[in-house]
Design a protein around this ligand. Structure first.
Ligand SMILES: C[S@@+](CC[C@H](N)C(=O)[O-])C[C@H]1O[C@@H](n2cnc3c(N)ncnc32)[C@H](O)[C@@H]1O
Length: 213
């Protein structure tokens, strides 16, 4: 497929299926204005994530890597009335800005933003397991650790989703700790006895593992 056709198809899908409302557009604008890294999901990736939350009938979701709350808001909108999403970020600034955005989107009853290190907070969340879905989009070196948490703390039929599963191609001959983290995550996920899995070729790759045992 030519690059031109791929771009036209991308625009076609986005035009038809990806609707970013004012609250979500605001989050992206603010991300730039507050001088935060603009590394949130792209709208078409976030739309896929939202549909996967719907598909697995999730009521209890955990996210590691909040930034300004963009992906959290997309996911929370796929939760039922009593659904809950806990999102974790180790940056106090990101957590504060995300809380403002969650309020502005009217989702404060569904989304809780916790500030702290992903590994440490996940340890505390085990008391409320099982969860339906874990989305990881934070420190890549911890991806393998987050996978093992998911194996222990998701219900059967629940899913782990991981952003940047291609790490910009850095998974082929990983030269950095981040690249090695993502490559190891993919390798372990592909062979994990408790997950059926693949990587969806969207953006920088979205790994998905459904817990089957
Ligand atoms: C790629 S951004 C998340 C983007 C967000 N998921 C979105 O699409 O809107 C990664 C975030 O992970 C956070 N982070 C990095 N290391 C972390 C850690 N060890 N624990 C928790 N959060 C971490 C960063 O502060 C940053 O806000």
């Amino acid at each position: 497929m030519s690059d031109d056709l791929a771009r036209r198809l991308h625009d076609y899908v986005n035009g038809l299926f990806v609707r970013e409302d004012e609250a979500l557009a605001f989050v992206r604008e603010q991300t730039a204005l507050h001088d935060l890294p603009q590394i949130n999901l792209q709208p078409h990736e976030a739309r896929l994530l939202q549909l996967l939350v719907w598909l697995c009938g999730a009521r209890k979701v955990v996210e590691v890597g909040t930034l300004a709350g963009y992906s959290a808001i997309w996911m929370a909108r796929a939760l039922p009335q009593d659904g809950k999403l806990i999102t974790i970020d180790n940056s106090a600034k990101h957590a504060r800005i995300a809380r403002d955005h969650v309020m502005r989107a009217g989702l404060e009853n569904k989304i809780t933003v916790l500030q702290g290190d992903g590994r440490q907070i996940l340890k505390k969340l085990t008391t409320d397991a099982p969860y339906d879905l874990l989305f990881v989009d934070a420190d890549k070196v911890s991806y393998p650790h987050y996978l093992e948490w998911a194996a222990e703390n998701l219900r059967a039929g629940g899913a782990i989703l991981a952003h940047n599963a291609f790490w910009g191609g850095g998974i082929f001959a990983p030269a950095t700790a981040d690249g090695r983290g993502v490559a190891e995550f993919n390798q372990v996920l592909a062979n994990h006895p408790r997950f059926e899995s693949t990587i969806i070729e969207i953006g920088d790759g979205m790994a998905i593992g459904v817990k089957v045992h």
